[in-house]
Design a protein around this ligand. Structure first.
Ligand SMILES: O=c1ccn([C@@H]2O[C@H](COP(=O)(O)O)[C@@H](O)[C@H]2O)c(=O)[nH]1
Length: 241
């Protein structure tokens, strides 16, 4: 299905994508199978793909859930376009690159991924959820996380990307700047009263969904729970999923 902005509409069974950040393919595939019915998909990132490569991604995908390939490409346009082309074979639902790679890189990635009606969501990571204003300042960025995330999301939309990865705090502002069809995929989700760990800009799943997130990326609150299925079910129950 195509939405009014010309982007592919994907309806996931559940907005929660579990971030499976571990190096072993057997454990990752087993976790993916056990979460079927409780989450809408599985996010695989640098730790898993560096250890297991594309074959590892296919093995986890065999569990039947949509896959979000979160490799956050950041390089010159030609190299990122090649990485996007290489990832197309995997049939994933979403992939990421850093918006700070700039407009030429984002345009090259969008073009390499093919038509917006058919490709996976090509998403721009705005400001990592592990960063705060002091971190941005330390890297020479004068804007605060909110202003910088909105600026990068707007640039991503102008470059033809399908959406952005942002913290829950910026959802409303990016939605207002980029419109209803621009997909917002949101990590930095923590159940109330639980440890944020290395995340600095967090909210609960219900707050993020209420603010307008399309997809919630949740890792450790599920994967490090004594019973990951029960943890996923509890978070899902909190958002009516
Ligand atoms: O800004 C970002 C972009 C991506 N992530 C990824 O999301 C998950 C979050 O895991 P938790 O264990 O729930 O903190 C993780 O895989 C990150 O690589 C992000 O956190 N922030």
């Amino acid at each position: 299905m195509i939405d009014p902005t010309g982007r592919r509409t994907v309806t996931f069974a559940n907005p929660i994508f579990c971030a499976v950040d571990r190096p072993d393919v057997t454990g990752a595939a087993s976790l993916a199978r056990s979460l079927d019915g409780l989450v809408g998909g599985i996010k695989l990132g640098l730790e898993f793909v560096t250890a297991n490569g594309p074959d590892g991604v296919r093995k986890v995908a065999a569990a039947g859930l949509p896959i979000f390939l979160d490799l956050k490409f950041h390089d010159i346009p030609n190299t990122v376009a090649g990485a996007v082309r290489s990832s197309m074979d995997l049939g994933t639902a979403m992939l990421t690159l850093h918006a700070s790679g700039g407009p030429a890189m984002m345009r090259a990635a969008a073009e390499a991924a093919g038509s917006a009606e058919k490709r996976p969501w090509v998403l721009a990571v705005t400001v990592l959820t592990s960063l705060d204003g002091a971190d941005l300042e330390a890297t020479g960025v004068a804007s605060d996380p909110m202003a910088q995330a909105v600026r990068l999301a707007r640039l991503a939309a102008e470059c033809g990307l399908d959406g952005a990865v942002c913290s829950p705090r910026e959802i409303a502002a990016i939605r207002a700047a980029c419109g209803p069809g621009f997909k917002l995929v949101v990590p930095g989700i923590r159940p109330a009263g639980t440890a944020a760990g290395d995340q600095k800009r967090v909210m609960t799943a219900a707050e993020a969904l209420g603010a307008g997130a399309d997809v919630l990326v949740i890792g450790r609150p599920i994967t490090e729970a004594a019973d990951p299925r029960a943890a996923a079910a509890a978070i899902g129950a909190g958002i009516g999923a």
